[in-house]
Design a protein around this ligand. Sequence first.
Ligand code: NI
Length: 182
Amino acid sequence: MEQGRILKIARMGHPVLRQRAQEVTDPCSSETQQIISDMLATMSDYGTLTGLAAPQVFIPKRIVIFSIPKERSRGTLDEDIPLTIMINPIIEILNQEKFLDWEGCLSLPSLVGEVPRYKHIRYHYLSSTGKQTVKEASLHHARVVQHECDHLDGILFPERMVDLARFSFQEEALTYLLNSNQ
Ligand code: NI
């Protein structure tokens, strides 16, 4: 495998972000491993990125990577969620309870929105070595998994919003919207 390459990011409006991504049939192939390696290089180049889905780098396959340091979990995690590589992830909703919080996305630079997400989920995926894995997640961890998996179905966070008055540039949101009920 070659060293990871930093890939260009697809932005809202590009059709690759609108289509359903294809299942990966060969998790251990060198092609899949190269995609993962390029996604890791791309994510680490952006520094503060929480997650990245393959369609965001113009690859219409069901691959997601994410990691959540506890200090970026809005106080909902006691420990970091380590780097997780998911192939063909599936989300199971554990109950209908939802919660609102702010999200951003590399494919919508400088924009944020308040999005409802399920509070408790279970998610299934193949690891980068092809191992079937199951985990449960709540709150911010569950939010990140839902946001990233939505990319695999061609859904961007504004489509999940219930109040578009809560869609904003990040700078204005920080000044006028966050932590207030305006
Ligand atoms: Ni995103």
